[in-house]
Design a binder for this molecule. Structure first.
Ligand code: NAP
Length: 228
């Protein structure tokens, strides 16, 4: 059975993605920074748990070492953990948002690559955002045009760029970024609205289960390729 690791999977989109991949028969690892929340989520889903804080190198290394000894390889990595960081536009907030949303992707991807290279059909899906699309935020016809989230947007542009760069440097691994659709999770609770996480998880799972001839280096939403 293919092995999948999802970061920030104790709730929200990550949890829904873990649930769907488990239903499809994958060996799923819920990555969560908090042991209690992660173990609770994994037990509810009937999957495995690894403690994984994307801002902590030691935690990331230990999580991938656990997967290596149990599975020998990794077939799917979903870089999902993220923060919105609307508390202010200042240095400390910027460092926290970029450490989680950007550097976190580098930490986890670098630690996972040796295991991904052992898979016959490896995929990395990064949950980015259309808020990181220069095209969307400068297009008055798009909802992103009127939303203000400077640090989050900039971090998601970087997350998408990492996807493009990794796709070029690792041609044996499919790397794609996804805008999952506006979803009712804790991240969006203050704004309100949004569709159920299970709906949005479908596009994440679709990109995580492409064939070896599938696209790489793209940013997509459920309708297809999204402009940069
Ligand atoms: P959420 O319910 O708030 O989930 C965020 C997850 O990230 C939580 O499990 C959280 O863990 C985890 N996380 C935060 N910092 C972490 C760290 N340092 N290490 C490990 N995990 C960490 O929000 P969500 O909407 O599901 O967000 C998931 C992803 O989707 C994010 O990357 C977000 O930017 C993206 N996204 C969401 C929407 C939307 O409409 N909801 C739209 C576009 C993109 P804790 O429970 O421990 O905090």
């Amino acid at each position: 059975m293919p092995a999948a690791l999802i970061t920030g999977a104790n709730k929200g989109l990550g949890y829904a993605t873990a649930e769907r991949l488990h239903e499809l028969g994958h060996t799923v690892y819920v990555g969560a920074r908090d042991v209690e929340r992660g173990e609770r989520a994994a037990a509810a889903l009937g999957v495995r748990f690894v403690q994984l804080d994307v801002t902590d190198d030691a935690s990331v290394s230990a999580a991938l070492a656990t997967i290596e000894s149990a599975e020998g390889q990794l077939d799917i990595l979903v870089n999902n953990a993220g923060v919105l960081g609307l508390t202010g536009v200042d240095g400390p907030t910027a460092l926290r948002v970029f450490d989680t949303n950007v550097v976190g992707i580098v930490r986890v991807t670098e630690a996972a690559l040796p295991l991904l290279r052992k898979s016959p059909n490896p995929h990395v899906v990064t949950v980015s955002s259309s808020m990181g699309s220069f095209w969307a935020v400068t297009n008055p016809d798009r909802p992103e045009f009127n939303l203000s989230a400077a640090l989050y947007s900039a971090s998601k542009s970087a997350a998408t760029m990492l996807t493009v760069q990794y796709a070029k440097s690792e041609p044996g691994v499919r790397f794609n970024a996804v805008e999952p659709g506006y979803t009712a999770t804790d991240m969006m609770a203050a704004i309100g609205g949004g569709r159920p996480p299970a709906e949005s998880a479908k596009i994440i799972v679709r990109l995580a289960t492409l064939g070896a001839d599938g696209p790489t280096g793209t940013l997509q939403d459920e309708t297809g390729v999204l402009n940069w």
